[in-house]
Design a protein around this ligand. Sequence first.
Ligand code: AHR
Length: 502
Amino acid sequence: MTSTASLTLDPAFVVGPVRRRTFGSFVEHLGRCVYTGIHDPEHPTADADGFRQDVIDLVKELGVGTVRYPGGNFVSGYRWEDGVGPVEDRPRRLDLAWHSTDPNTVGVDEFMRWCEKADIEPMMAVNLGTRGVQEALDILEYTNVVGGTHFADLRRAHGREEPYRIGMWCLGNEMDGPWQIGHKTAEEYARLAKETANAMRMIDPGLELVVCGSSNSSMPTFGAWEATVLAETYENIDYISAHAYYQEKDGDLASFLASAVDMDHFISSVVATADYVRAVGRHSKRINISFDEWNVWYQDRVATDLAKGDDWPVAPIILEDKYNVADAVVVGSLLISLLRHTDRVHSASLAQLVNVIAPIMTEPGGRVWKQTTFHPFSLTAKHAQGDVLQVALDSPTHPTAKFGDVTSLDAVATRDPETGAVSVFAVNRSTEGPLELTVSVAALGELGLVEALTYTNDDHTWAATADDDSSVLPVANATAAVADGVLTVTLPPVSWSVLRLG
Ligand code: AHR
């Protein structure tokens, strides 16, 4: 049965700017993300640093802005000094987080060279699990100080004369999680984060600092953690992190497709908590969100994937989820949620970038290919331009086990004030039938249809592979038309679309 839904757009109702940092990603020393992912010296396209050019090309096509590094759970046991200097002298270390061995052939200098090649802004995380203020200062001196002191001169001796001047830093990772090496209570972490931030700003007052929020909104300490940490660190930091992963559980596709309801709730709760702390502390600035881990992740598989006992493999095949069309629709809808909160979500990272729960997959020494999730991400990164507009949304609802009744349509729109170009990103998250969508664009002036692309498949379980990553692609939606200030289009069930007007 076909249902109808509508959106009304008005250029006066701006949420905030589209931020390139919303389209960030994440490279962790985990599985094959770094080794045989971005870095594979034996590969035919590898450059002098061992980086795969074919991967860099796809990272650029994906439209990634920032990349968080080097973890993740990994960073909470990481000694950054192991990864600098002559490669043959670098120690191999146990990686307790992922029961692996890290050969340390890639470290901060290599990563920064990769960022320059891939046109990426780095977002560096410091270890506040097994380490503290001093080691955070040491790596900051290594990366950001001009010279004349031990670590700055060490960087120069390693061939990098100019400081990297990395601007954005995460103060640890998921310190609320009992799985984290050096897990802390909110009070313990808050003090350490505050002192670390304070000292780091003595070196470089302009740093943008991210304090750890909750690892997900189901954590027992969710809300209280944010309130405690922000009460202590408010004046010392700029962002609080949020992490969320979603998966289809027990065949409940309807709830899975509505995952953005949880992300919306997560964001509003953190914003409310940050603003509460602002009011109580009589602060003037606002703390915004760095949603620096989000994705679809079938976490139930992890436990069986990790090595055990005396087996500490290098670059094991772990967390290599294969994504289907429904997963891609969810990734597209999560991006809609992030964009609609652009006033308070100032940065976000799709976790992760290559091989590990990733849109880009590689074969060691071989092919590179795109997962289904690549498409909504790259098209949103490309076509979300200018300002995010509020959309007045009217949609039928359908029931879900997890979230109750949800709107079948979810959507956001952007408008470039320079060119007048408009993009509407829309998801039909119903499994039951198509949605006939009308979008009132009369207030935006004379507009014609530039392009309407829809990503869907009759079999939403279709997943891309190395042999076939292009049988199902976003295709032109022939139902789209614009007349008399109204765009009409039919959105198939379980679909993601971008509708472009200009
Ligand atoms: O992205 C995979 C893992 O998920 C990260 O290492 C950790 O921060 C999170 O729990």
